[in-house]
Design a protein. Structure first.
Length: 200
C-alpha cells in the first residue's frame, strides 16, 4: 500500500512520521519535493528507445527501461540483492535534459520497501527552477524495521518520462542514499551507471 503526497500534504495514517521522514531523506533544500509530483505532456504517440541498461549487482541500484517504448517510457529503479536486511528508505535525484524528456507524474511504488505489506510514502517531483532534476524519496512508515532483497532485482519505484522533442539524453543518478530504520546511512548501497534515452 502506498500513501501519496500531494500539495496539501500526506493523506492517510502516519502523516507526521511521513513528513519527518521526507525531511530526513530529502533535506531542507528539497522541501518542495515533499509537496507532490511534476507535470506531464500528453498528446501524439511517440517512440522512445533506451540503452545502456545494466543488471544490478549486490547492493547496487540501477535504472531499468525497455529497449523500445511508446511515450511515456516507464523507467524502473531497481535494486539487486542487499547485504542489509534493514533498508527503510531510499532517496535519489534523476538528472536529465528537459528539452528532450519531462517527468510524466505520478511515480509508482515498486515491490521492494512494501514487500511485507507495510505502507510506504513516495515523493517524486521536479523543482520549478530546475525541470531537469527529479527528486525522489520512498520510505516505509511507522515504527517498523526495514527490509532486504534477495532476488536478482527488485523494483524500488517506476518513473514515467514523456518525450518533449527529438534528441538523446542521459538519465543520471545524483545524491543517492539509503537509510536503515534508525535513519542511519547504509554505506554499502551504491547507485550505478546512467542510461541513454532517445526520442526521434
Amino acid at each position: 500500500m502506498r500513501t501519496d503526497v500531494g500539495a496539501s500534504g500526506v493523506r492517510g495514517h502516519g502523516s507526521h512520521v511521513a513528513a519527518a521522514l521526507c525531511l530526513a531523506l530529502l533535506g531542507a533544500p528539497a522541501l518542495i519535493a515533499c509537496g507532490g509530483g511534476g507535470g506531464g505532456h500528453h498528446g501524439v504517440v511517440t517512440r522512445i528507445t533506451c540503452g545502456g541498461v545494466t543488471a544490478p549487482g549486490q547492493d547496487q541500484v540501477e535504472f531499468a527501461c525497455p529497449a523500445n517504448s511508446v511515450s511515456p517510457i516507464a523507467v524502473r529503479v531497481v535494486i539487486g540483492p542487499t547485504s542489509s536486511m534493514d533498508v527503510y528508505g531510499i532517496k535519489f535525484d534523476v538528472v536529465f535534459d528537459p528539452a528532450v524528456l519531462t517527468f510524466d507524474s505520478p511515480a509508482m511504488d515498486g515491490s521492494f520497501l512494501n514487500k511485507d505489506g507495510n505502507p510506504t510514502v513516495l515523493q517524486a517531483a521536479t523543482q520549478p527552477n530546475d525541470p531537469g532534476r527529479l527528486v525522489v524519496a520512498v520510505t516505509r512508515q511507522g515504527a517498523v524495521g526495514g527490509v532486504g532483497a534477495s532476488a536478482a532485482q527488485t523494483t524500488v519505484v517506476t518513473l514515467p518520462f514523456a518525450a518533449v522533442a527529438a534528441g538523446t539524453t542521459s538519465l543520471v543518478f545524483e545524491n543517492g542514499a539509503a537509510v536503515d530504520s534508525g535513519l542511519a546511512p547504509i554505506a554499502a548501497i551504491q547507485f550505478g551507471a546512467s542510461v541513454s534515452v532517445t526520442f526521434q
